[in-house]
Design a protein around this ligand. Structure first.
Ligand code: GTP
Ligand code: MG
Length: 272
């Protein structure tokens, strides 16, 4: 071990020695690389650590091409929290969903994907924290999710974090839409996520009653027919007409037919 190492490096080294899985080894190596004092005396150790890391990564990548890891989707859409280690992902996950995830000031605390569900305007959003080891199995979750929240710690270099995360998205050829969120001020996170996905949420109501609290989530461009078939097949079979309140109509409670295209936040009353 190099001389004059920091406590953080010594701890990371300890973790590496005790690591039982490849994932734990990768996390410990990344931590060693980031905490090792950067000077000439340690350059050979730095190179050695990087070589060990890339060897481990290439092994997991080979495995990752065959087996992809998926988290059971829950709710209306799946949103991943992706950020460098210690940027407040777990803190955000807990604040949004109440999930009992471990939060600590150790690097790479989260070692497997953690999740929770939040409800916003009657829409259920499943949030998944991606461990910052970024191994292919974890990245495949981000690739198959509906939106990626890039979690930024505004007390560190914002540009560097953005660069690393964009690099990651490009390296894994991920096409999922993404938004940036400051973990220390996540106001508007739901609205930002929502406007990045191609979905609408509408509220159905029965005549003479208040609209349902739980929204119906549909693809952008959906019409009354799509909505009706989601609610109950009898609505479609015995459909007479519908009334709509919201942006897709000119008049409140306007009478429309099955082909009428709905807009986000419309209220829909089906008469059958
Ligand atoms: N960056 C950041 N850190 C916070 C925030 N709030 C609290 N912290 C503290 O920062 C540390 C890291 O928070 P976590 O939420 O565990 O961060 P993480 O990104 O999940 O970290 P890893 O899972 O280790 O990659 C903890 O000590 C938190 O108490 C915040 O809003 N942003
Ligand atoms: Mg975490």
């Amino acid at each position: 071990m190099p001389t004059n190492v920091t406590v953080e490096y010594a701890q990371a080294h300890e973790k590496y020695i005790n690591a039982r899985t490849k994932d734990e080894k990768i996390a410990a190596l990344r931590e060693m690389i980031s905490t090792i004092p950067k000077h000439k005396g340690t350059s050979h150790v730095q190179a050695d650590l990087k070589a060990k890391l890339s060897k481990l990564l290439s092994q997991t990548e080979k495995k990752g091409t065959r087996s992809s890891f998926k988290i059971q989707k829950e709710g209306d859409l799946q949103v991943c929290l992706l950020g460098l280690t210690q940027t407040g992902k777990s803190t955000l996950l807990k604040a949004l969903t109440g999930s009992k995830v471990e939060i600590s000031n150790r690097s790479y605390t989260t070692v497997k994907p953690e999740m929770g569900v939040a409800e916003w305007e009657g829409v259920k959003m499943q949030f998944v924290e991606i461990p910052s080891t970024f191994i292919p199995q974890w990245m495949s979750i981000a690739a198959s999710s509906d939106c990626i929240v890039l979690v930024i710690d505004s007390t560190r270099s914002i540009e560097e974090q953005k660069e690393s995360l964009i690099g990651l998205i490009e390296r894994f050829r991920i096409r999922t839409p993404f938004v940036y969120i400051d973990s220390r001020n996540p106001t508007g996170i739901f609205e930002k996520v929502w406007s990045s996905v191609k979905l609408i949420h509408i509220y159905t109501k029965e005549p003479g009653k208040q609209p349902e609290k739980r929204a119906l989530v549909l693809k952008r461009g959906s019409n009354v027919k799509d909505a009706a078939s989601h609610v109950h097949k009898d609505f479609l079979r015995f459909f007479k007409f519908a009334k709509v309140w919201g942006k897709s109509v000119k008049h409140v409670g306007e009478k429309v037919g099955l082909e009428h295209k709905l807009a986000d936040k419309d209220i829909l009353e089906i008469h059958a």
